[in-house]
Ligand binder design. Structure first.
Ligand SMILES: [Zn+2]
Length: 310
């Protein structure tokens, strides 16, 4: 079934859930003349539209999408296709008619909307659904594209099949596609800030520090990646290379300023503590170290500011 957005002879295809039997990179609709397709994006999906356009324009296909004023655009991208991460588009070129692409409202996943727009631009180019393989033109989404690791997004927008289809139609050369289809949503843990150590009345050691939120590479909704704090202890001065081997403790941690207990009374002397924030993806931030002098009677005293190193 093909849900149609029937306007005269326009063939319009929904991006979602169309079980169109297909050959590889199936065509539908007439090919566009020339080498440029002008478009205007009248939605708020600025980043997603740019990313989708960039994917097609850098794919090797001898056809470019170019942003122009609404008045001069041959393709007009608007909202008005219901709610969520979905779209609908004209398939191929139709003379004398501005080609519509309509997107759903309120999609909170920038990476998903990038794929939706890339899919609809594929329809504009005249590609139909290819449901047998992993393709942006697969009408059922990415179910044939392998499972996505946690806290990753699908950053490879176009698949070879998509580009091959468009190249067969418009010429050009199938460029290299990124080997890993997935990219992390978040950067690795950043350096902790303001590390201090303090002694409680019973001689226990606590650390105060601020763990900055990680960089977010794509504007997707969803939770921030989880982190833990690994604590290492050394007698005397801090070693040149700290936070290696088994830690003293590993404790849950939050982003932002916090005070966390790190050690029972370690006994009198000078102690070095090293701190490494690690996320559930196994990535570590820079190691921060601080020392504290514990007096013989274990009374509350000295705090020492820490340092952050590689
Ligand atoms: Zn579609």
């Amino acid at each position: 079934m093909r849900p149609a957005f029937a306007v005269a002879a326009l063939a319009l295809v929904l991006s979602a859930a169309c079980a169109t039997p297909a050959q590889a990179y199936r065509y539908d609709g007439p090919r566009w003349p020339g080498r440029t397709i002008t478009y205007h994006n009248a939605t708020g999906y600025t980043t997603a539209v740019r990313a989708a356009v960039r994917a097609w324009n850098s794919s090797g296909v001898r056809m470019r999408f170019r942003a122009v004023s609404r008045r001069n655009a041959r393709v007009l991208i608007t909202g008005g296709h219901g709610e969520g991460c979905r779209g609908v588009a004209q398939v191929g070129f139709h003379r004398g008619r501005r080609a519509p692409v309509r997107l759903g409202r309120g999609c909170a996943y920038e990476s998903l909307m990038t794929h939706v727009v890339a899919h609809e631009l594929g329809h504009i180019l005249g590609l139909d659904h290819e449901n047998r393989t992993c393709a942006v033109m697969n009408g059922s989404g990415v179910e044939r594209c392998g499972s996505q690791p946690a806290f990753h997004f699908r950053c490879r927008v176009l698949e070879r099949d998509d580009v091959r289809g468009a190249v067969r139609r418009y010429g050009g050369r199938v460029g290299t596609v990124r080997r890993d289809p997935f990219c992390p949503v978040f950067g690795p843990p950043a350096a902790s800030l303001g590390l201090t150590l303090g002694l409680a009345a019973d001689g226990a050691v606590a650390a105060g520090l601020t763990i900055p939120a990680p960089q977010r590479f794509v504007g997707d909704a969803g939770p921030t990646i989880f982190i833990r704090l690994a604590v290492y202890r050394y007698a005397g001065a801090c070693p040149a290379v700290a936070a290696e081997g088994p830690p003293l403790i590993v404790t849950g941690a939050d982003y932002g300023p916090q005070v966390t207990p790190v050690d029972y009374p370690p006994g009198p002397g000078v102690w070095c503590y090293a701190f490494a924030v690690q996320d559930v993806g196994g990535r570590r931030g820079p190691v921060a170290t601080a020392s504290i002098a514990v007096p013989p009677r274990g009374t509350v005293h000295q705090t020492t500011r820490g340092a952050t190193g590689g």
